[in-house]
Design a binder for this molecule. Structure first.
Ligand SMILES: [Zn+2]
Length: 525
């Protein structure tokens, strides 16, 4: 049995959860569900990052002690995920005592390896980024992220000898094509490693300046830099070093947004290497959701609330949209019009309509039982082949994080099935009394629909379950629906003649677009 350990970033609790957080977590949830269906031993981790300057400042603004502040925001994230259909195995918080112990053990190990030194350092510190910048990294003397002038701070701190591991890391990335993916981010990481701008990493903050952090095990006048602490969550959640979950699930994969490429592509592998641990298998990097081509921000008032969207349009439809609309790795635009178009075209028209037509015909012609097929004609074979081919493509593409293409591959079958209904005209076969031929046509449709419904479970768990139930799968066997998805692509079967199916289906109602732009002209009356 293969193990599949996937993490989302642990979200920084200085703000409420938004669409970006929801996207990362929904993608991760879908990918873990997909691996469950392949029969893998999965572990899905998410959580919250709770230390650092920005948390202290945000808590102060609310007149609240930091612990109380992080408890509240972390609880918001925890209560959000079930509402978006997320089924994580572990929610980690970096203020947990267990995590703190692991961070200290990790620091001690890196220290013992001779990779931590104490030094005086003058650097350009950006409070927004909570980190020092080298001269080379600044753009016209300003923080490249915040476009503000960093403060020059001269103080004694501890440093991680990251530069020692950069030549190794560069060749590792070069030798492992899909270590960082998609490709553009691999190229970006290589460019960082080749730029010469990366130096040793300052990993401490003096307590005189910041107390909200994990104390260094070898000097209690300092706390650990928040990124060094946060990255370690990926193994503290597995109980490194002693817990058997670590041996069982590490190395795993990470999923992050592109703004945190550097800590994941550079700091983290160097840290693991220094501690003598294997690096992760893949870093999967996604782009941003934009609204009218600009980034979402509170000040622009264009924040998309994921829970509100899923309430208004349906959770399954919302999840489908996020995976179908964004090409993983690139930016995508979010708009209600685009969401409604997807729901109406793909879900209501193509998929929903197929289920509703075929189930009502099965009720009418065969008393809602899957009929026994007779010999396939060429046209039936073509549909069966297309269906199996779609399914194999789906498995290949989804596993490679090409979610949009994977779903499109399934929809080729869905659209072909609708055309098959039109061309085979079951109502005409019924009228003519061609019962054997009618039975074959209905069998082909129902079998292909079942395979499609199965593949949709990672993305739309409830809708998939509903479709499978309508096709006669008992509800009990549905988590996950079938633990060996690959086998489903081998032969066109899976639905026994005689199985009782639902007599009707309403899965995705059409959504009427609001048309409020043009002034209405009254006629008559
Ligand atoms: Zn900054």
């Amino acid at each position: 049995m293969n193990s599949f350990f996937l993490t989302t970033p642990i979200y920084y609790v200085n703000a409420r959860p938004h669409l970006g957080h929801a996207y990362s977590t929904i993608v991760a949830d879908s990918l873990v569900r997909f691996h469950k269906m392949l029969g893998d031993d999965t572990f899905f981790l998410t959580g919250t990052d709770e230390h650092g300057d920005k948390i202290v400042q945000a808590a102060e603004r609310q007149g609240c002690p930091p612990q109380k502040f992080v408890d509240e925001i972390s609880a918001r994230f925890q209560s959000l995920w079930p509402q978006l259909g997320i089924a994580h195995d572990r929610f980690i918080r970096t203020t947990e005592p267990g995590h703190k112990r692991v961070v200290q053990a990790f620091l001690q190990r890196v220290h013992d390896a001779g990779d931590i030194y104490f030094g005086e350092f003058g650097g350009h510190y950006c409070y927004g980024c909570e980190r020092f910048y080298t001269e080379k990294e600044l753009e016209n003397g300003l923080c490249p992220q915040h476009k503000t002038r960093p403060e020059f701070i001269n103080e004694k701190n501890y440093f991680f000898r990251m530069s020692k591991y950069l030549p190794w890391l560069k060749s590792y990335v070069e030798e492992h094509e899909d270590f960082i993916r998609p490709r553009r981010y691999r190229a970006e990481a290589l460019a960082m490693l080749e730029s010469g701008a990366l130096e040793d990493l300052c990993i401490s903050r003096p307590k005189t300046r910041l107390q909200w952090g994990i104390e260094l095990p070898f000097d209690d006048n300092y706390v650990c830099y928040v990124w060094f602490d946060a990255l370690i969550n990926y193994i503290s959640a597995l109980g490194w070093p002693d817990d058997r979950n670590f041996a069982r699930y590490w190395p795993g994969e990470h999923l992050v947004a592109k703004d945190i490429l550097k800590p994941h592509a550079v700091f983290w592998p160097a840290m693991l290497k220094s501690a003598g641990l294997p690096v992760y298998r893949h870093l999967n990097v996604h782009g941003y959701w934009l609204v009218r081509d600009t980034k979402m921000s509170k000040s622009l008032g264009n924040i998309i609330e994921p829970v509100e969207m899923s309430r208004r349009f349906g959770l399954n439809a919302f999840r489908y949209f996020l995976l179908r609309e964004m090409r993983f790795g690139e930016d995508a635009s979010f708009s209600e019009d685009a969401l409604i178009n997807r729901i109406n075209a793909d879900l209501a028209n193509d998929l929903g309509n197929l289920f509703s037509r075929v189930l009502s015909m099965t009720a009418k012609y065969f008393e809602s039982r899957v009929p026994e097929p007779s010999a396939f004609l060429q046209t039936d074979d073509a549909i069966a082949e297309l269906c199996l081919h779609s399914l194999q493509n789906f498995v290949q593409l989804f596993g490679g994080t090409q979610f949009d293409a994977a779903l499109e591959s399934l929809w080729e079958t869905v659209r072909a099935l609708n055309k098959y209904v039109d061309s085979q005209a079951p109502w005409a076969l019924y009228k003519q009394g061609s019962t054997a031929r009618l039975a074959t046509v209905m069998y082909v449709l129902l079998t292909a629909m079942r395979k499609t419904a199965l593949c949709l479970w990672p993305v739309m768990p409830d809708a998939s379950r509903q479709m499978l139930e309508q096709l006669g799968s008992p509800a009990a066997e549905t988590v996950p629906p079938v633990p060996a998805l690959r086998k489903e692509g081998n032969s066109f079967d899976g639905l026994s003649p005689g199985t009782v199916v639902a007599s009707s289906s309403t899965l995705f109602p059409r959504i009427e677009m609001k048309r409020d732009a043009a002034p209405k002209t009254r006629r008559g009356q």
